[in-house]
Design a protein around this ligand. Structure first.
Ligand SMILES: [Zn+2]
Length: 55
């Protein structure tokens, strides 16, 4: 899983207004997910279900 920083650098996501993260492929706002097996917060696109790790 890429980190949010890597996703932004790759042009897959961007930080929108109010610091929200947007999946650029779907133009959807990412939502927060909890995964006890992953350190940090998971940000997931509700449309394509791609996930990024927010450290
Ligand atoms: Zn998406």
């Amino acid at each position: 899983m890429d980190t949010v920083r890597e996703g932004i650098r790759a042009g897959d996501i961007e930080r929108g207004r109010f610091d929200r993260l947007i999946c650029l492929a779907c133009n959807m706002e990412l939502s927060m997910q909890d995964d006890p097996e992953v350190v940090g917060t998971i940000m997931a696109c509700p449309s394509c279900e791609t996930r990024w790790r927010d450290l």
